[in-house]
Design a protein around this ligand. Structure first.
Ligand SMILES: Nc1nc2c(c(=O)[nH]1)N[C@H]1C(S)=C(S)[C@@H](COP(=O)(O)O)O[C@H]1N2
Ligand SMILES: [Mo]
Length: 320
C-alpha cells in the first residue's frame, strides 16, 4: 500500500486551524512590530524553507482544542541536551545531525527482532496528525500538531514475548554530530522507558513530523516518541534503538537524580518536583509573553480519560 503521495500538498491535508495559525505567524513576522520585546529565539526561521512535507491526515479523536503553539516557538525553544543545555542550542547546533542513513533496531524480548531503515519505518502505518498538549517538568507547555502513528502498530509487528514488561528507548549519542555529548550532565546515550501498557496505549505516538513537515532536527529527527500525558523528558528524541525488557529500565533522568525524576513522571499537579511546582504552567508563544497568566496544569495533562485506568490502585506520590 502507498501512504505517500508527493502530489498531495500539506495545504490540502493540514487542518484549517494549523493554517490559520501559520498565516498569523507570517503576519507577525511581516509586521516586525515587537522586535525589541521578542525573545532572541523568536527571530529564527520556523521550519527550514526546503523542509519536506509529510502527508498526514488529522485524527479528530486526538486533536486538542487548545490554541496551537506557533511553529517558530516549537522549533526554537527546545530541550535536546545532545546539542547543549540552553533552550536555543538545539536550533542553533542540530544542523550537524545526519538523519540519513538511519536505522532503528528493535531488540530484546520479542519474537521478531528487526533493524528497520527509517524510510521503511515511515511507511509501516498511515501517517496521522495529532494535536497534543506537551508539558515540560520545568513548568512550560506547548500545543503541537505531531505527525506519526501509534507506537502500538510497530510493537504488534515485532510480537513481544510474554516476559516483556517494559520498553526502553535509546537515542543516538554521537560526539561527532552532537556537541553536547562531550559534557557529562547526563549519562549518554539518552534513555527513557515506558511500561508495556503505556507503550501500547494508542496515545503514544511514534513521531516523524510536526505541522505537516518532517521533524526539524532540534525536535528529534528523524524519529522520536511523544507521550502527551507525561513530562516532556519521557518523549525521547532521535531514537536508534527500542528494546523490550523484563526489568524496569534505568533512564537517564532517574540516574541523574532519582528523587527528582521518577520512572513514571505522569503529569500530576499534586506532586511537585523538588525545584519546580507542577500546579500550573506557562504556555510558550502566548501573545502576552511573560505577562500571560499561568494556566492550571491538569492531571495526566488532561488525558485522564484515556490513561488513568492504567494507574488505578497505584500510589502516584510514591510512583512519581
Ligand atoms: N534524546 C533526547 N530526548 C529528549 C531530550 C533530550 O535532551 N535528549 N529532552 C526531553 C525534554 S526535557 C523535553 S521537554 C522534550 C522537548 O521536546 P521538543 O523540543 O520537541 O519540544 O524532549 C525530550 N526528549
Ligand atoms: Mo522537559
Amino acid at each position: 500500500m502507498r501512504y505517500f503521495d508527493p502530489k498531495i500538498l500539506a495545504s490540502e491535508i493540514t487542518p484549517q486551524a494549523v493554517f490559520e495559525n501559520r498565516r498569523d505567524l507570517i503576519k507577525v513576522a511581516a509586521a516586525g512590530a515587537f522586535g525589541l520585546a521578542l525573545a532572541p529565539w523568536f527571530s529564527r526561521e520556523a521550519l527550514a524553507a526546503n523542509s519536506d512535507k509529510l502527508a498526514a491526515t488529522l485524527n479528530p479523536a486526538y486533536a486538542a482544542k487548545d490554541e496551537l503553539t506557533p511553529a517558530k516557538y516549537v522549533t526554537s525553544y527546545n530541550n535536546f541536551y545532545e546539542f547543549g543545555t540552553d533552550k536555543s542550542d538545539p536550533a542553533a547546533y542540530a544542523n550537524t545531525l545526519q538523519t540519513r542513513p538511519w536505522t532503528v533496531s528493535i531488540e530484546g524480548l520479542v519474537k521478531k527482532p528487526v533493524t528497520l531503515d527509517i524510510d521503511d519505518l515511515l511507511k509501516l502505518a498511515p501517517m496521522e496528525e495529532r494535536i497534543y498538549r506537551m508539558r515540560c517538568v520545568e513548568g512550560w507547555s506547548m500545543v503541537i500538531p505531531w505527525d506519526g502513528y501509534s507506537l502500538s502498530k510497530l510493537i504488534s509487528k515485532v510480537e513481544p514475548l510474554g516476559s516483556a514488561k517494559f520498553v526502553e528507548f535509546i537515542s543516538l549519542a554521537d560526539r561527532k554530530q552532537m556537541p553536547g555529548v562531550k559534557s557529562n550532565i547526563i549519562e549518554w546515550p539518552y534513555r527513557e522507558g515506558l511500561r508495556m501498557d503505556e507503550a501500547m496505549n494508542p496515545l503514544t505516538l511514534l513521531t516523524f513530523g510536526l505541522y505537516g513537515e518532517v521533524l526539524p532536527k532540534q525536535n528529534g529527527a528523524p524519529v522520536r516518541i511523544v507521550v502527551p500525558w507525561k513530562y516532556g523528558f519521557k518523549s525521547a528524541k532521535s531514537i536508534v534503538k527500542i528494546r523490550f525488557t523484563e526489568e524496569m529500565p534505568k533512564t537517564s533522568w532517574s540516574q541523574f537524580d532519582a528523587r527528582e525524576y521518577g520512572f513514571y513522571s505522569n503529569v500530576n499537579p499534586q506532586v511537585d518536583h523538588p525545584r519546580w511546582s507542577q500546579a500550573s504552567e506557562r504556555r510558550i508563544g502566548d501573545a502576552k509573553g511573560a505577562f500571560a497568566p499561568k494556566i492550571k496544569t491538569q492531571m495526566f495533562n488532561g488525558y485522564g480519560d484515556q490513561v488513568a485506568s492504567m494507574y488505578s490502585g497505584m500510589d502516584l506520590k510514591k510512583f512519581y
